[in-house]
Design a protein around this ligand. Sequence first.
Ligand code: CO8
Length: 262
Amino acid sequence: MDYETILFEKDGAIATVTINRPKVLNALNRATLEDLDRCFQAIADDPAIRVVILTGAGEKSFVAGADIAYMQHLNPLQAREFATLGQKVMNAIEQLDRPVIAAVNGFALGGGCELALACDIRIAGENARFGQPEVGLGVIPGFAGTQRLPRLIGKGYACELLFSGDIIDAGEAARIGLVNRTVPREQLMSSCREMAGRIAARGPIAVRLCKDAVNNGIEMDLGRACRYEADLFAMCFSSPQQQEGMKAFTEKRPPLFDSDKD
Ligand code: CO8
């Protein structure tokens, strides 16, 4: 499929999506959000993809936010429509039934930080910078940053970032749990591919159901969430992948999860 503002590559079970507007530090305009929307639809329809890596083109930036030049002259209804489109994309990433790893290769500001927040795992290059600088522009985050940030790092740190608009470095982001870990910039993509490869080698149905259990269970009370987990656990036993995984263990060999359609 052709995209105007993103690049899409598939290498075996791992897909890489690269936001490709380096001249404006990969800022998200309407075209980029529409490309991402179509791309994640296509990924959802391709069961051969087991893990997705999302990154930005160039050396400086993951995504430096929503496109300020585009937003500057929006009226309230257009602003709402733009926010809704952005939220649709973030939701599609979060709800994709396969893991998405953000490879944060530089600035992840505003809508870029929100995009990283919609991913399941965030790995940051040491040059990465994070922040929600919207209040400095006279607006609030509109791609669900006020919601996902406190859910991920807790209300105190989230309020500090949201109210101050401060930009923090990768080390501080790791300290407060905004990213899983930092790695030297030149090792970022290889670290993400290595992690994606390890996940892709696990039982694909089990990985999908894990993501389902985490994302849906986290919004439930603990009792309902545990029952939900038990139902998903039971569902694993309808797949030959459960039999292969357990048989391989007893036969002291690696499991072969070769078919995604099991
Ligand atoms: N939008 C549009 N263009 C941008 C953006 C952006 N977010 N960020 C950078 N650019 C452009 C610059 O204008 C510049 O273009 P040009 O060369 O034509 O002047 C080019 O990218 C390079 O940027 P700089 O020269 O500024 O590079 P520096 O290394 O000096 O600075 C920074 C890098 C610190 C990242 C700086 O560019 C910056 O502060 N960018 C804006 C960061 C920001 O405020 N992001 C939040 C935007 S608001 C948002 O994301 C809200 C999301 C919810 C929307 C809800 C819908 C209504």
